[in-house]
Design a protein around this ligand. Structure first.
Ligand code: AGP
Length: 600
C-alpha cells in the first residue's frame, strides 16, 4: 500500500508533490520518487528510504508544472532504487506510479512483453511497458492506457505522464483508493485528501474501473468500457492543522494523549439533547433484526471487535462472532439466516476487510462499517456507517482509534438493547465520561510508566501479556503494540492457557505483564502470575482500583467492568511507546509496516 500524487497546472510541481508525499508516508516508506515533465522532457528522481532521502537527490533547479510522485510499501521486489517508482517505458516516453497489486502481471509479461527488457522486479513496470507496446501497435496513448487497464487483474491507483502529451495526466482506479483534487488553473490526484489539502479541499471520488484524463482546467472521467461519468466534488472536512504533530515528539504520543478528549467528543456526538443515545434508527433496526452479528476486521480493529462481541452479547443479547478478515475471506463459516456484517476499520481502506464486504454484499447481506474516515471505501460501500470522530490517526500503531472503536461498539450495544425494549443496566454516557477522566489520570502518569518500561523491557528480547476474560483481549492488543514498534517478540495470552505449553518459554527475567480488571477472575489471573514468577518471570501487574494489591505496579482508576479496556490499554500503549523510544526506533513509522493496508 503505497501513496501516489499527481499535479498538472501552472505552478512548479516539485514542492507540491513532495509535500503531498510527506502526508502519505504513513502508507509506506520503503522508497520514494517523483517524475517531472517540462519542455526538456521527463526528469525522474527515485531513492530508497524516506521522502527526506528523495529530497536530498532531487535537482531543485528543474522546474515543471506537470508531475507525479510515489511513496512505496514494497510488495513485488525489494526496497531499492531500481524497484522505486516512477517506472518508465522502454523508450522513456511514459512514466508511471502505482498503488496496488497486479495479480496477473507475470502472465501479461509472457503474453505481451517477450521483447521488452524489464529494469525492475515490480508488477508495476509491466503496466507502463504494456501501454508503450499498444502505442507501438498504433493506438492513441489514451486508448493504449485504457486497453492496458482493461487487461489488469488486481488493485490499482495509477498516474501516468506522457512526454508527447504534456497537457494530460492519465489516471486509473480499481480497488485502491484515489481522489482527484480540483483547483483554479490546476488539478491534482492523491491516494488520500490529506496529501493535497495544501492546495485544495475540493475532491472528486473515483470508483472502481474508472479512468480519468486530468488536464489543468478540466477532468474527464470514463468507465473502462467508455461510458462518460459526471460526479460532483465533496469538501474534505479535514483541516491541515489536524494532521500536525504540534509540540509532540511523535504522533503516537499525541494520539495516546488525545484519547480522553476523543471519549468526550464521542459522548457529545452520540448523545441527543435529552441525554439519550443519538443513533440512526435504521442502524438500530438492522442490528435488532439480525439473528447473528459477524464482526470482520484486521489487526488492532480485530482486537476491538473481540471486546465489541462481549458488549453486544452482554448488553444487547445479540449472538456475535468476530473474524479475522483475511481468514474469513477464504474460509467462510456457516452463516445464519439473517446476519448483519459489521466491519471495523480505522482507515476504512483495509483490502482484506473490503474483500469480505464486496463478497457478503453480493450474497445480499446487510453491512455496517465503523470507521474513522468519512467517505472511505468501506464506509461508501457499506449500507450503514458509524464514525469514530477520533480525528486523523497518523502513527502506524493504532491507539485512539482502538478506544474509540470500543466506545462506539458500546454505544451500538446500548442502542440495540433499547431498540429491543431491554433496560440496559449501564448509564453509558456517564460511564464513558468517567472512563475519559480515568484515561486522563493515566496519560498524566507517563514518567512512572516510562520507568516501568525501562525496568521491564529495556533489555528483553521477548515479553508476555496475560489476562482472563476481556483482559485477555487487551493482552492481545498490548502484545501487538509492543511488537509493531519495539520489535520485541511479544505474545498476548489467556492466563489459564499458559500452563498448557507456552509456560515452557518462561525463564529467569522473562517479562510477564498481567492485566487484572475483572473481579470474577482476579484470583485466577494472580495464580497464573505466581506460576510464571515461580519459574523466574519478571512479573508486572496492571490492576483496577478495588482489586489492587500493594505490590501492583500500575493501578487503574475504577471504571465500569464492561469498559475496562478503555483504561487498561492506555498504560500498555505507553509501555510500548517508551520501549520503542528507548531502542531509538522510529515510533511513528515502524519498519515493514504501513498505516493503511490496501493490498490483500
Ligand atoms: C495497528 O496498530 C496496525 N496499524 C494494524 O494492525 C491495523 O490495526 C490493521 O491494519 C487494521 O487497519 P484498519 O483499522 O485501518 O482496518
Amino acid at each position: 500500500m503505497c501513496g501516489i500524487v499527481g499535479y498538472i497546472g501552472q505552478q512548479d510541481a516539485k514542492k507540491i508533490l513532495i509535500n503531498g508525499l510527506k502526508k502519505l508516508e504513513y502508507r509506506g516508506y520503503d522508497s520514494a520518487g517523483i517524475g517531472l515533465l517540462n519542455q526538456s522532457g521527463v526528469h525522474v528522481f527515485r531513492e530508497k528510504g524516506r521522502i527526506a532521502d528523495l529530497e536530498a537527490i532531487v535537482d531543485w533547479n528543474i522546474t515543471a508544472s506537470v508531475g507525479i510522485g510515489h511513496t512505496r510499501w514494497a510488495t513485488h521486489g525489494e526496497p531499492n532504487r531500481e524497484n522505486a517508482h516512477p517506472h518508465q517505458s522502454a523508450s522513456g516516453r511514459l512514466t508511471l506510479v502505482h498503488n496496488g497489486v497486479i495479480d496477473n502481471y507475470e502472465k501479461l509479461k509472457e503474453q505481451y512483453l517477450a521483447g521488452v527488457q524489464l529494469k525492475s522486479d515490480t508488477d508495476t513496470e509491466v503496466i507502463v511497458q504494456l501501454v508503450e507496446v499498444f502505442i507501438g501497435e498504433g493506438l492513441e496513448v489514451a486508448e493504449a492506457f485504457r486497453k492496458t487497464l482493461s487487461l489488469l487483474h488486481g488493485s490499482y491507483a495509477i498516474a501516468m505522464i506522457d512526454a508527447e502529451t504534456p497537457d494530460t495526466l492519465f489516471v486509473g482506479k480499481n480497488k485502491s483508493p484515489l481522489l482527484v483534487g480540483l483547483g483554479e488553473g490546476f488539478n491534482v490526484v492523491a491516494s488520500d485528501a490529506m496529501a493535497m489539502l495544501q492546495v485544495t479541499d475540493q475532491f472528486v471520488e473515483l470508483m472502481d474501473e474508472e479512468i480519468v484524463l486530468v488536464k489543468k482546467d478540466a477532468i474527464t472521467i470514463e468507465t473502462l468500457d467508455g461510458k462518460m461519468v459526471k460526479r460532483d466534488p465533496f469538501t474534505a472536512e479535514l483541516d491541515a492543522s489536524d494532521i500536525e504533530k504540534g509540540t509532540y515528539p511523535h504522533y503516537m504520543l499525541k494520539e495516546i494523549d488525545e484519547q480522553p478528549a476523543v471519549m468526550r467528543k464521542l459522548v457529545t456526538a452520540y448523545r441527543d439533547d435529552n441525554g439519550d443515545i443519538k443513533l440512526d434508527s435504521n442502524i438500530r433496526e438492522a442490528v435488532k433484526a439480525a439473528d447473528r452479528l459477524y464482526i470482520i476486521a484486521a489487526g488492532t480493529s480485530y482486537h476491538a471487535g473481540l471486546v465489541g462481541k462481549q458488549l453486544l452479547e452482554r448488553i444487547a443479547g445479540v449472538p456475535t462472532e468476530v473474524h479475522i478478515a483475511s481468514e474469513f475471506a477464504y474460509n467462510m463459516p456457516l452463516i445464519s439466516k439473517n446476519p448483519l456484517f459489521i466491519f471495523i476499520s480505522q482507515s476504512g481502506e483495509t483490502a482484506d476487510s473490503r474483500g469480505v464486504l464486496v463478497h457478503v454484499k453480493k450474497l445480499g447481506f446487510k453491512t455496517l462499517t465503523i470507521t474513522n474516515v468519512p467517505g472511505s471505501t468501506l464506509s461508501r460501500e457499506a449500507d450503514y456507517t458509524l464514525l469514530l470522530h477520533a480525528g486523523p490517526e497518523i502513527a502506524v500503531a493504532s491507539t485512539k482509534a482502538y478506544t474509540a472503536q470500543i466506545a462506539v461498539l458500546a454505544i451500538l450495544s446500548v442502542a440495540t438493547a433499547e431498540a429491543k425494549g431491554l433496560q440496559p443496566k449501564i448509564d453509558l454516557m456517564k460511564e464513558l465520561s468517567i472512563a475519559a477522566n480515568a484515561m486522563q489520570t493515566l496519560v498524566d502518569q507517563k514518567e512512572m510508566i516510562e520507568d516501568i518500561a525501562r525496568k521491564y523491557l529495556s533489555t528483553s528480547r521477548n515479553a508476555f501479556f496475560i489476562g482472563r476474560a476481556v483482559d485477555y483481549y487487551v493482552a492481545l492488543e498490548a502484545a501487538l503494540k509492543l511488537k509493531e514498534i519495539s520489535y520485541i517478540q511479544a505474545e498476548g495470552f489467556a492466563g489459564g492457557e499458559l500452563k498448557h505449553g507456552t509456560i515452557a518459554l518462561i525463564e529467569k527475567g522473562t517479562p510477564v505483564i498481567a492485566i487484572a480488571t475483572q473481579f470474577h477472575v482476579n484470583g485466577n489471573i494472580r495464580s497464573n502470575l505466581k506460576e510464571v514468577t515461580a519459574r523466574g518471570a519478571h512479573a508486572c501487574i496492571v490492576s483496577m482500583e478495588g482489586l489492587n494489591e500493594a505490590a501492583d505496579q500500575i493501578v487503574l482508576p475504577e471504571v465500569h467492568d464492561l469498559l475496562t479496556p478503555l483504561v487498561s490499554v492506555v498504560p500498555l500503549q505507553l509501555l510500548a511507546y517508551y520501549a520503542a523510544l528507548h531502542r531509538g526506533n522510529d515510533v511513528d513509522k515502524p519498519r515493514n509496516l504501513a498505516k493503511s493496508v490496501t493490498v490483500e
